[in-house]
Every structure is written in C-alpha cells, then in structure tokens.
Ligand binder design. Sequence first.
Ligand SMILES: [Zn+2]
Length: 256
Amino acid sequence: MIDTHTHLYLTDDFGEDGADAVRRAVSAGVTHFIFPNVDVSTIEPMLTLHNQFPDITSIGAGLHPTEVKENWRSEMSKTLSLLDNPRCVAVGEVGIDLYWDKTFRAEQMLAFESQLIIARDKNLPVIIHCREGLPEVLEVFGRLGGNLPETIFHSFTMDVASVRDIRRHTDAWFGINGVVTFKNATQLRDAIPEIGLDRIILETDSPYLAPVPHRGKRNESAYLPAISACIAGVLGVTPEAVDIVTTANARKVFRL
Ligand SMILES: [Zn+2]
C-alpha cells in the first residue's frame, strides 16, 4: 500500500514524531510514501524526513496554490530547485484553491500553467490540488491545448459529472483519502465506480482529513488501511484487491 500524498514532515503538526509516524505506517502495511512540497519553508523539513527514510519515501517539487502571492515567480523557482533531486518523482502540489481566498486567482492560474509546462518538459506527473477551482483548472488545461503531463487529482472529493469533465481533457488519476469514509461524502462514494479502481491511488493527506474513526484528529499514514477498506466496500471487492491495484497504479504513475 502506497500513501501517495502525505505531509508527515510538517513539524508544526508532527514535531519530532514524523519518523515514528513513518514507522507506525510501515507496521500498518504502507510500503512507500510520497511527500508533496508546499512552499519554500517546507523544503528543509521535507528533505530531513526523506533523508531518514530514503528508500521508502519520494518527494515532489512545487508551489501550493494557497501560497501563491505577489512574489510567486521567485517562490516557485526556489521550490522547483527540488527537481534536481533524483528522488523527486512529481511536480506538486500545485493547482487552484479559491476556497480560502480569491485574491490571487489570476496568479494561481499562471503559476499552475507554468508548473504544468515544467512537468510536461521534465516528463513528470503533476499532483493537482483543486479546491473550488475546477473551471480554472480546466481552463488552464485548455490553454495547453491538450498537451499535458500525467495528471493526479489529489484529495478528489467531487462528483460523477466532474470526473467526466476532467476526462474530456486528460485521463487523470484520482487520489482518494479519508473523505471517502465521511458520512456525508455520498457524492464522492457515487463517483468511485465511475472512476474505477484502475485509476485510483490511495492517499491520507496527513495531517489533514483523518478517516473515520479518527475524523477530526491529526491524520497519519498509518490510517491508510481504513481508506482502502472503505473503497473496497463501495466497489464490492476485497481490501487486498484495492491494495494490489492501487499500489500498481501508484508505481506506474510515479515510476517507483
Ligand atoms: Zn497536500
């Protein structure tokens, strides 16, 4: 089982406990971890935890949409210096987030477009954070005229119609996390069969979005089996089948 999106390195949330959180997850059956970057300040803690577990962790390079401000160009180029690291397996996380703040909508779209182009040129998949921003994401896809890198919609929580809208542009992968276990997440559970197991990858998005029965508490990668079990229930397959297929999917998209 691979946690394709986890921020165990965030010291505000994990302090010195990040390494133990990795060990707890390994005991729970997680075999590999992808650490997406957020901004310039997260580079150092991310590399520190990665270097403690170099064989079972990989990293992403990118500037998160909520961190896109006036100075986004210089911040973005600093975060993209991580692309030189041989264990960098993706551009991310990048995208559009208009949930918190719409001030930098145009800049978010430009930063997203730039980072998509870099991912395409480097032949790396792109980890997309999209919150209240699907029209903008699809507009940026349109600007690139269908010439896109491999796309991963991380923390996917949208409905069947959104899956179809995305697929008009790109044969995306969908990162499913603890939201799928939430009582009110009916539209997401309805979208799971539409996505199909062969395009799903597992993630926790730790420390956020802990699955039931840990909802509301700090999330960690050790809770990944709860997500796998929930998806198995929705699809009427065994958790082992979900583990096998989603692990193969993650290995393929991130070339692990
Ligand atoms: Zn994230």
